[in-house]
Design a protein around this ligand. Structure first.
Ligand SMILES: [Zn+2]
Ligand SMILES: [Zn+2]
Length: 258
């Protein structure tokens, strides 16, 4: 196509689809199914930590909360319910914005980008018998029109050549977990999950979008184990990283002592 015709086409496209990147606001030059620029899509990086729990991978500022096996208190006490956890990035900045566009902005094609990140978080050598998405309460699913975790689970199922089974149900409508303490969160979601059918001796990969304290995922993992699962591995796209808050609190404490 002649240069002039290309420019004209871009002009027409820009007139028809005048769009800015929903993350950084820069003008989008190409038509795409997701109104986010390539730079913002490539921005989220894997979460790195010097100290983390060997089981749930919770990052810590130092090794003090970890035992000789490298486990955190909750894993040592068996309160997590799942056997291993893999997550991609920290739930902040562009990744947080992308997750919001996906869940609340209905931008389902982002599932492809997230699928890449999720497969990077999973070690190549691991295998599973079945992939189960974290369920939403039916009312929430109906309001949103889709379950974001099911879209993510489908991506992993395709890449890992492992069947997906949407067998978990969230029966009880629970109060929002935000603002509750760890133990209150555990009580809040107790008995909230049911599993259809049996998963005897199966290694289940439970897929979720965001991991906060793990209380919800842990209640779901327990329900999967009651249905016979021998092992439950949790895979989430993002996790909240509290180290920043811990460091600020530690600095304040030091300041108070000085
Ligand atoms: Zn951008
Ligand atoms: Zn742990």
């Amino acid at each position: 196509m002649a240069k002039g015709a290309c420019a004209l086409l871009d002009l027409v496209v820009n007139l028809v689809f005048p769009d800015d990147c929903r993350v950084c606001g820069s003008a989008l030059r190409h038509v795409s199914r997701v109104p986010v620029c390539a730079a913002c899509l490539a921005e989220p990086q894997p979460l790195l930590a010097e100290f983390f729990c060997s089981d749930c991978k919770t990052p810590f500022v130092n090794s003090a909360p970890l035992d000789e096996q490298g486990r955190c208190t909750l894993c040592r006490l068996g309160l997590k319910g799942f056997d291993a956890v893999y997550t991609y990035g920290s739930y902040e900045g562009p990744l947080r914005q992308l997750v919001h566009l996906f869940k609340f902005g209905g931008m389902r094609p982002l599932a492809g980008t997230f699928g890449e990140m999720l497969s990077r978080a999973l070690p190549r050598e691991t295998s599973f018998d079945v992939i189960v998405p974290m369920p939403l309460h039916w009312l929430r699913r109906w309001q949103r029109g889709f379950n974001q975790s099911a879209l993510l689970a489908r991506e992993i199922s395709r890449r890992w050549h492992t069947p997906m089974a949407d067998v978990a149900r969230r029966g009880k409508r629970t109060a929002p977990q935000a603002g509750l303490t760890n133990s209150k969160r555990r009580l809040n979601v107790q008995g909230a999950f049911q599993v259809r059918g049996r998963l005897d001796a199966k290694h289940v990969l439970l897929v979720d979008d965001v991991l906060t304290t793990g209380a919800t995922a842990s209640a779901c993992a327990r329900a999967l184990k009651r249905a016979g699962a021998s092992r439950v591995t949790l895979l989430a796209l993002a996790r909240t990283d509290r180290r920043a808050f811990v460091e600020v609190a530690a600095l304040r404490a030091e300041g108070a002592r000085a």
